[in-house]
Design a protein around this ligand. Sequence first.
Ligand code: SF4
Length: 465
Amino acid sequence: MKTFSINTLGCKVNQYESQQVRELLERLGLHKVEPLKKPDLAVINTCCVTHTASAKSRQYIRKAQKLSPDAVIVVCGCLPTVHIGELNEPGGNVHLISYRNNLAAALSQIVSGKATASDSQSLQSCSDTIIRTKNGAKIKCKNELTNQPKLPQLTSFTGKTRAFLKIQDGCDGYCSYCIVPQTRPFVRSNPAEAVLQEAQALVEAGHREIVVTGVFLGAYGQETVRRKNWANQRNDKLADLLDKMAEIPNLARIRLSSLEPADVTSRLLDTFCRHRNIMPHLHLSLQSGSDAVLKKMCRQYKAGEFREKIESIKSQLDRPAITTDIIVGFPGETDADFEQTVNLAKDAGFAKMHIFSFSPRKGTAAADMQDTVDNRVIKRRSQILHNLNIKLGLKYRQQFVGETTEILVENNNGQLCGRSERYFMVYLEKAGKKLGKNELVRVKLIKNSENGAIGQLLTNREFEL
Ligand code: SF4
């Protein structure tokens, strides 16, 4: 076995784990190729957060079987970890990795020729482990092997300007629409020393920006994501870690992935203020601006707390970018509920909203809710939010036109561009000099547009002015 390919679906955590798989396979002597090049081993890192993601994952498996009929195919990620009948009989030489902790061992055995597809099923026999259920009761569950070799830490994040660094895994929050507590039930965090070592390695590999990632990032250092079970009901461990990470030489930018409002403690905001390399950008998932809907979603905050937190963030950071996720058409969402979402979005002045139309996810509580919203209503409400998103994005960026900002250069279909500190995209009008991907340069923002800002590269002399 000489070559491998990886297809990754889903979130930043999956993307991070695919890089771990790449590191492991390269250490085992394999060479990464594109899926079209008929690899000896094809890894499909799946997602099942929606039915569409599951369908896409299955499509990748079929495609790999068709493209490389002689390849060994390893299916890992979220889809094989839940038993909702969406991955029956994949057939052929396919290894399904149902227990994440078995992945490193399974890959090593497959590469050394010691495992066949049917062996991967026996690799799944496992010791009993405790997990927590929705109501907090502890149950015994056949789950992960504890003494299995782990996937390695990253020494680089290939193919990306920004490197994702997973520091936390798992969620036992059971939001009623979400399948993640079934795919990643174990809440755990990487020790600070290991995280710092990995961040240092990524910087040495040339990454200027690290996006700190987790399934429930605000629960870093905790054994559950349920705040009511935390001592003091607050958590400063993420801030402690960031304080140290920000001191890593040559780490120009640190960004955080998603947080909930209560995760943004005064201690965390102090950390943001203290370190210039922590970007003034927070992604806070709102999901809905209505308390009634938030309650049905089993979220851990109310709309009022969300509003207060935004005020406190704005009072301490300079024009921070606050981005969010919103679900439209959750069962029972009335026009009045939706209006509250719209009003909250306007008041918050989100720099960007990711808008999702609700679709029931088999295996979750919300899938069985009766008071569904008509598809035409969902479509209309989504359109209203999409229009608002464009308006709010333009308004947010407009305040920076005429100012200078720093961007991390990337190449978007031949167009030079880069993310600013506040995450909006800046397209370079004409660079005038050759710029390398992953270079940090200062630009003057001269115009605004629906897709981002337009900037002009400043010369070194202009920097000094
Ligand atoms: S907090 Fe809620 S939405 Fe986020 S992963 Fe956990 S269950 Fe899913």
